[in-house]
Structure formats: structure tokens, C-alpha cells
Write a protein that binds this ligand. Structure first.
Ligand code: G5P
Ligand code: MG
Length: 218
């Protein structure tokens, strides 16, 4: 039996974490655990915590660290296979909270220019119940405005408005960028740079094939 791989993927909002994660999950049999999926579950449950979370998200602000750490610790307790965390950790406090419980093997950093990101997010449409993501020109749905799998309507995310995107990029610079140093010092950082997910992913895929070969042989 192969060993359990503990991976995270991080990068600025719109850098392609969701897009690249879905390809990794298909190719490498990883369990995708996305912070926005977990947060959305709380929001749709209409609990008081969910209402708080919805407010932070719509303003492009981060949910407080203790709450995020608690949500992920509980989720990871249920898991018994290799995992890929998308969107968590995204502050140093969260990274340290995770490190207290799990030794992450690999931290994948997507490095995409902010100008590329701003343009991408203007054209993103999502299927809210599932989190499935489309892009009007790059990965359009088969029928405009309609989810391919369910036939339900697509919407634009509240936090993809240009002024909120600007706020999210600022939060990334201040609070998430320091993770680069944290994971570099831990010796597990791998950065993939570019403007196209279709170019970044094959590089990452090749890297992972080699990485997993030696990881499983250890
Ligand atoms: P999220 O949901 O984690 P972000 O801001 O980190 O949000 P986001 O917006 O989900 O990240 P992504 O997953 O990095 O972006 O990117 P994506 O969705 O795959 O791609 C973006 C768009 O570009 C899509 O339309 C896609 O089709 C298109 N695209 C991809 N590749 C290409 C390409 O090569 N070319 C082109 N043209 N298009 C492409 O977090 C949201 C909020 O939740 C809270 C915060 O409030 C946060 O703001 N939150 C947390 N708070 C505290 N701590 C945490 N750990 C939190 N996690 C979430
Ligand atoms: Mg995402």
C-alpha cells in the first residue's frame, strides 16, 4: 500500500488553485479538501457561524485563524488517504496550527502575475452548490450561463468584483506571502510560475510523478 501524502497548494486568489487541484486529484488519487467548499457548507447551513463567515467572504477578508484551524482539524480527522489542501493554510498562524498536528510533505506554490489574475476573475462564473468553476472564454460551459453537469444556473462570485479582488490581493500580499518563507525553511516548497494553467500543470504533473516515485520508495 502506498504511503499517505500530505500536500497543500497555495497562491494568490485566482492563481488557479481550484483548476490545478482538480487535475491533480484525477491524476494522482488525492482527496481534494478546499477551504471554500468547507466554508460554503457552513454558510448554507445558516448557522450563526455561517452568517459570520459569509460576511468575511463577501468583503474579501480572511476568516479568523482559530475558526479555520478548528474546521480543518476536524475535517482531517475523518481522512485516511493522501490529501491535497486548497486554500488552507493561508496565514502563518494557520500553517503553524496545521504543523502541530500534521507534517506536510509538499507545499505547492502557484506564482501567477496579479495582472493575469485580475483579468481571469472578471470572467469567472461558478456553479454555487458544487463550486464548479468556468471561465467565459478559457473554459466556458457548454451552454452559456448553465452548469454542464446539473443544468442549473451559473452565477458570478460576490468577491470577484474588481474592488473586492483588489482587497483579496492585498490580503494575499500581507498575510499569505509569508508562507513562502515558512515552507522554504521547512525544505518542502515547490514553486510553479506562469500565466497559463495548461502550461503550469504539465510541469507540475511531471514533477509529481518523479516526486511520488521516490516518496513511495522511502
Ligand atoms: P477561496 O475560494 O479559496 P481564493 O481567493 O484563494 O478563494 P480562488 O478565487 O478560488 O482563490 P483559485 O482557486 O486560485 O481562485 O483559481 P481558479 O478558480 O482555479 O481560477 C480562477 C479563474 O481563472 C477561473 O475562472 C478559471 O476557470 C480561470 N483560469 C484558470 N486557469 C486559467 C488560465 O490558464 N487561463 C485563463 N484565461 N483562465 C484560467 O477563498 C475565498 C474566501 O474564503 C475565505 C476568505 O474570505 C477568502 O477570501 N477563506 C479563508 N479565510 C481564512 N483562511 C483561509 N484559509 C481561507 N480560505 C478561504
Ligand atoms: Mg479556488
Amino acid at each position: 500500500m502506498s504511503k499517505i501524502l500530505k500536500t497543500i497548494i497555495f497562491g494568490a486568489p485566482g492563481s488557479g488553485k481550484g483548476t490545478i487541484s482538480s487535475r491533480m486529484v484525477n491524476d494522482f488519487n488525492l482527496l481534494h479538501i478546499s477551504s471554500s467548499d468547507l466554508l460554503r457548507n457552513q454558510v448554507t447551513a445558516h448557522t450563526p457561524v455561517g452568517q459570520e463567515i459569509a460576511k468575511y467572504m463577501s468583503e474579501g477578508k480572511l476568516i479568523p485563524d482559530p475558526l479555520m484551524i478548528d474546521i480543518f482539524n476536524k475535517e482531517l480527522q475523518k481522512v485516511n488517504q493522501s490529501w491535497l489542501l486548497d486554500g488552507f493554510p493561508r496565514t502563518l498562524t494557520q500553517a503553524k496550527g496545521l504543523a502541530e498536528i500534521h507534517s506536510v510533505n509538499l507545499a505547492i506554490n502557484l506564482n501567477v502575475p496579479f495582472e493575469t489574475i485580475r483579468k481571469r476573475l472578471e470572467e469567472r462564473w461558478i456553479h454555487k452548490p458544487s463550486g464548479r468553476t468556468y471561465h467565459l472564454t478559457w473554459s466556458p460551459p457548454k451552454i452559456a450561463g448553465i452548469d454542464d453537469l446539473t443544468g442549473e444556473k451559473l452565477i458570478q462570485r460576490d468577491d470577484d468584483k474588481p474592488e473586492i479582488v483588489q482587497q483579496r490581493l492585498k490580503v494575499y500580499d500581507e498575510l499569505t506571502r509569508p508562507l513562502l518563507r515558512f515552507y522554504k525553511d521547512a525544505g518542502i516548497l515547490q514553486t510553479f510560475s506562469g500565466t497559463e494553467s495548461n502550461v503550469i500543470y504539465p510541469e507540475l504533473q511531471n514533477f509529481l510523478k518523479v516526486y511520488l516515485h521516490s516518496f513511495n520508495a522511502q
